[in-house]
Design a protein around this ligand. Structure first.
Ligand SMILES: Nc1nc2c(ncn2[C@@H]2O[C@H](COP(=O)(O)OP(=O)(O)OP(=O)(O)O)[C@@H](O)[C@H]2O)c(=O)[nH]1
Ligand SMILES: [Mg+2]
Length: 251
């Protein structure tokens, strides 16, 4: 048996085997893709939030696929996440953004496949803005009318706390309203909070869309949730197409 470092070792052959690759592909298909729409006015903290929850540095991706000027899809190779980033929810241009989004939501749903649909929307509103804009209200209604569950994220949540109740009143179709400080605040010092609550609220809505496993795989906040889901999705429960070869680990 060759001891060459690059080839001929049985464990490398197994790693490259079609059987194993088929299993990995099957596992990845079983987990699927989570498509999330993230919207909110400029500077509210969308990118900070996404980076914290998914550990995916959106700022560094640079390979977004623009659908229109207002809608960009970010996709990561070998990741269970696709992110639809929107621009222009500001007062002036929001009608145009909403009409592009409507088309995009319909396009995503048109294949009839779970993996192509938009599974959830995070509408981000900075807590201290203390008001819900028309664009945010219309977007929430647009999503709800297309069966996309909405989680409202009150970002940079340093108060006023009572704003959450106003938002629940103004956006009654939202599945959840979650206060989040995605990164520690320095002056005054306030530790980050709310990320786990956001993940749990999103998981709850994702369960109804069939994309919950992909969401759990993609998020980097709640590891007990990952364990819980992994227990129901073991590698060997995926019925390999042929018996896997025995695995002689390298010495
Ligand atoms: N400390 C702290 N800073 C935050 C938080 N969220 C956002 N920021 C800061 O607020 C600024 C804007 O945040 P971004 O995440 O870039 O906001 P955005 O919504 O992606 O902005 P656009 O891409 O311009 O629409 C940045 O300086 C962030 O560091 C937070 O939870 N804590
Ligand atoms: Mg951003």
């Amino acid at each position: 048996m060759s001891r060459d470092k690059t080839s001929g070792e049985p464990w490398r052959e197994i790693l490259n085997s079609t059987v194993l690759n088929d299993c990995i592909e099957k596992a990845s298909d079983a987990i699927g893709i989570f498509n999330i729409l993230v919207a909110g006015k400029s500077g509210v903290g969308k990118t900070t939030l996404i980076n914290r929850v998914f550990g995916a540095d959106v700022g560094l991706v640079g390979s977004g696929e623009p659908v229109t000027k207002e809608i960009i899809w970010y996709k990561w190779p070998d990741h269970n996440l696709r992110l639809c980033d929107t621009r222009g929810l500001e007062l002036k241009g929001f009608r145009k953004t909403l009409s592009s989004l409507k088309q995009e939501i319909r396009r995503c749903a048109s294949t009839g496949k779970t993996r192509d649909r938009i599974h959830a929307a995070w509408i981000c509103i900075q807590e201290n803005s203390a008001r819900v804009e028309e664009g945010e209200k219309d977007l929430a209604e647009l999503c709800s009318s297309h069966g996309i569950p909405v989680v409202v994220v009150l970002t940079k949540a340093l108060g006023p706390k009572s704003f959450a109740d106003d938002v629940r009143r103004r956006l009654p179709g939202a599945s959840a309203v979650v206060r989040v400080l995605a990164a520690d605040w320095e002056q005054p010092l306030v530790k980050s909070f709310g990320l786990k609550a956001l993940v749990q609220a999103t998981y709850k809505v994702a369960e109804s869309t069939g994309a919950d496993k992909a969401f759990v795989a993609a998020q980097q906040i709640d590891f007990s949730l990952k364990k819980k889901v992994a227990r129901g999705l073991t590698f060997f429960s995926l019925d390999p197409p042929a018996p896997l070869p025995q695995f002689p680990f390298p010495e």
